[in-house]
Design a protein around this ligand. Structure first.
Ligand SMILES: Nc1ncnc2c1ncn2[C@@H]1O[C@H](COP(=O)(O)OP(=O)(O)O)[C@@H](O)[C@H]1O
Ligand SMILES: [Mg+2]
Length: 345
């Protein structure tokens, strides 16, 4: 196996008595895009800052390209970093902002001009090099910040919630841009986000964090259908949690619960009776809230998407007694949770 671009080995970061990062082992594969995903406060930024060298871990080791960099200062790591607040220099032109990193590294004027042009071209802003940052939109400023980080030819590009200040539509466009830039440059990227859609769409490898620990990691295609526990399942949008007849816990997504008439056959699916409590119109589907007794005998509140174009049963309305079908293949079996979970229940 090739040496990872970076590696955290048993890394912890304590602030006073509080452990923000708790004995993490993490390998950042070279030339891929890795996301750190988790709710606010779980230690994502702290982990990124440790990689960048802005703080030294309380314990553990950080390797970059296989070499111990635990005590290497940030300016010697040659990493590009982009924050949520893009922090461009307001008095410099866009091109000079982008050329700033190479300049600080002693790159001659002609070469840094060339690199700035190349980086601006990559983010689609070659025509705006002479402007000042305040003459650009938020999305354009974010691209400049990205170009500035790329222009130093970093060994690792570290992005901390780079899209969270953009409006929803632009955020989605920029995801595709980041993917394109990553694949065109072959850069190793670590991107922090609390947005599961962003992580799913961008990641080669996604790393889910909770309370300073890594709870699950892998390719989106492997993680998404098989969340390890309830925390991960909730975070990935599995709204429904059931106890099966044999006592195991399972999660199922609203789009995979089918509402059929009360006397319909169950077929291959886990079936149970429910009462419709609420129906909300959402354009492409109806979001249906139901009360049911799950196969384990517990009262549960469930959400089901009902799409007129694919549904087989009648259109549900409040008060209806119906049958719910959860196809076996769509049930994600969960490890028992060691601690009570926050969030939706
Ligand atoms: N310099 C610091 N001093 C004390 N506590 C900190 C410091 N930096 C972060 N923390 C705490 O560590 C935890 C993780 O923070 P952070 O890594 O910023 O989370 P995230 O980026 O996942 O939202 C939070 O509870 C935060 O308050
Ligand atoms: Mg953060």
């Amino acid at each position: 196996m090739t040496t990872p671009a970076a590696e955290l080995v048993g890394v912890s970061q304590r602030f006073g008595g509080f452990t923000a990062v708790d004995a993490i082992d993490l390998q950042i594969p070279r030339g891929r895009l890795t996301t750190l995903l988790g709710p606010s406060g779980c230690g994502k930024t702290t982990t990124l800052r440790l990689l960048a060298g802005y703080s030294a871990p309380t314990s553990g080791r950080i390797l970059i390209d296989g070499d111990d960099a635990t005590r290497t200062p940030p300016e010697k790591r040659n990493l590009g970093m982009v924050f949520q607040s893009y922090a461009l220099f307001p008095h410099l032109t866009v091109a000079d902002n982008v050329a700033y990193g190479p300049k600080m590294r002693g790159v001659p004027a002609a070469e840094r001009r060339r690199r700035a042009d190349e980086a601006l071209d990559l983010v689609g802003l070659a025509h705006l090099g002479d402007r000042k940052p305040k003459q650009l939109s938020g999305g354009q400023q974010q691209r400049v910040a990205l170009a500035r980080a790329i222009a130093i030819r970093p060994r690792l590009l570290l992005l901390d919630e780079p899209l969270s200040n953009l409006d929803a539509r632009l955020r989605v466009q920029m995801r595709a841009e980041i993917r394109r830039i990553q694949s065109e440059t072959g850069l190793t990227v670590v991107l922090v986000t609390h947005d599961q859609d962003e992580a799913l769409e961008l990641s080669d490898e996604m790393v889910l964090m909770r309370a300073g620990k890594i709870v699950q990691s892998g390719a989106p295609r492997d993680v998404f259908p098989a969340p390890a526990d309830r925390f991960v399942a909730e975070f990935l949008g599995y709204e429904n949690f059931l106890t099966l007849a044999d006592g195991r816990q399972a999660a199922v997504r609203p789009e995979h619960l089918r509402i059929v008439s009360a006397d319909a056959p169950a077929g291959e699916a886990v079936a149970f009776d429910a009462v419709v409590r609420d129906v909300a119109y959402r354009g492409v589907d109806l979001l249906v809230t139901l009360e049911a007794t799950d196969p384990g005998g517990h009262a549960v509140r469930l959400l089901a998407d009902h799409r007129a174009d694919t549904a087989t049963g009648p259109t549900p309305s409040a008060g209806d007694r119906v049958r719910l079908l959860a196809p076996e293949a769509r049930l994600a079996l969960l490890e028992p949770d060691p601690t009570p979970t926050e969030g939706i229940s």
